[in-house]
Design a protein around this ligand. Structure first.
Ligand SMILES: NCc1[nH]cc(CCC(=O)O)c1CC(=O)O
Length: 322
């Protein structure tokens, strides 16, 4: 935190330095500026780029690197050290437990949560020829794609979304799978060949949503961020993350969860959420799916997790984590 000559606080915003991270952080800052002006708060903003472990280790399957919060840890440390005041993350990359003293000050409105295909040719999953080579290093995507299309050859592809799209050409894939949200934020919607419905590929926990993290003991920033929070998105993300916490998962294991608000209400008893969760094996031979409705997001997440565990989810996850 710094104070400029005219007494206005400059809020330092930390981010990873991938093209997607920088683009979405720029978009967040624009929105925070607008909110700050509208409410006469007069803040200015500054970007600080931070390299994370997940960015440095690019040649290893993420599921093999181990540890949770690979893309988050260094950024959280910078928050705790006061080097930055706000951190912008993809919720998908956030571990269930944030560092002590930190919190999600805002979950802004979610964009499209679905996975999508970037294809060499064609415009739907069905257009992929028998035995087509599909690039993804997400065990969740691999599980669900192989489940509906056992013939597909799923191969690992890592790197930032721009380099993954390039690998479609350079490494001879027929398709690669990405998050629609990332493509939208980059302004690359026209490169999307097909979006995959959520009943075919249940998205990753929090996919398409951003988490704006801050220090618990920073009332001014918390007040600003509360004005940026989207109530519905917050509720569904709480439900999805509760499932993640209950299954003790990071972003590198085949867990998916997708929640929607069926009935919005300020009266928590009248609120109705629906949460679908999946756990499976990377080869798609096992795919457990459970859907429940409820009014308490945390309880709903635990309930869907329990239903999955009752069917053997724990065993699958233990095997994968080795
Ligand atoms: N693990 C990488 C990651 N983290 C968040 C997104 C996409 C944007 C989002 O879900 O908010 C991506 C890229 C991808 O999966 O294609």
């Amino acid at each position: 935190m710094e104070t400029t000559n005219n007494g206005q606080r400059t809020i330092v915003v930390g981010t990873r330095q991938s093209a997607l991270a920088l683009t979405q952080t720029g978009q967040v800052i624009e929105e925070l500026k607008r909110i700050s002006e509208k409410h006469g708060l007069g803040y200015s903003f500054e970007i600080r780029k931070i390299v994370t472990k997940g960015d440095r280790i690019l040649d290893v399957m993420l599921s093999k690197v181990g540890g949770k919060g690979l893309f988050v840890k260094e950024i959280e440390q910078a928050l705790l050290d006061g080097e930055i005041d706000i951190a912008v993350h993809c919720v998908k990359d956030m571990p269930y437990e944030l560092q002590e003293g930190l919190m999600n000050g805002a979950i802004p409105k979610r964009v499209d949560p679905r996975d999508c295909l970037i294809m060499k040719e064609g415009s739907s999953l069905n257009d992929l020829p028998k035995g087509a080579r599909v690039g993804t290093s997400s065990l969740r995507r691999s599980c669900q794609l192989k489940n509906v299309r056992p013939d597909l050859q799923v191969e690992s592809v890592r790197g930032n979304i721009d380099s993954r799209i390039r690998k479609l050409e350079t490494e001879g894939f027929d398709a690669i799978v990405l998050a629609t949200a990332g493509m939208i934020r980059m302004g690359w919607e026209d490169r999307i060949s097909a979006t995959i419905p959520v009943d075919v590929s249940v998205p990753a926990v929090g996919q398409g949503a951003l988490g704006i993290e801050c220090r618990v003991e920073d009332p001014a920033v918390r007040e600003l961020l509360s004005l940026y929070n989207d109530e519905e998105t917050s509720l569904v993300i709480r439900a999805e993350r509760s499932l993640l916490g209950a299954l003790n998962g990071g972003c590198q294991i085949p867990i998916g969860a997708y929640a929607t608000v069926r009935q919005m209400s300020t009266d928590s008893a009248a609120l109705e959420l629906e949460l679908t969760g999946i756990v499976g094996t990377p080869d798609g031979s096992v795919l457990l799916k459970e859907m429940l409705r409820g009014s308490d997001p945390e309880q709903l997440g635990r309930d869907v997790a329990a239903a999955l565990s009752a069917r053997g989810a724990d065993r699958i996850l233990a095997e994968i984590e080795g």
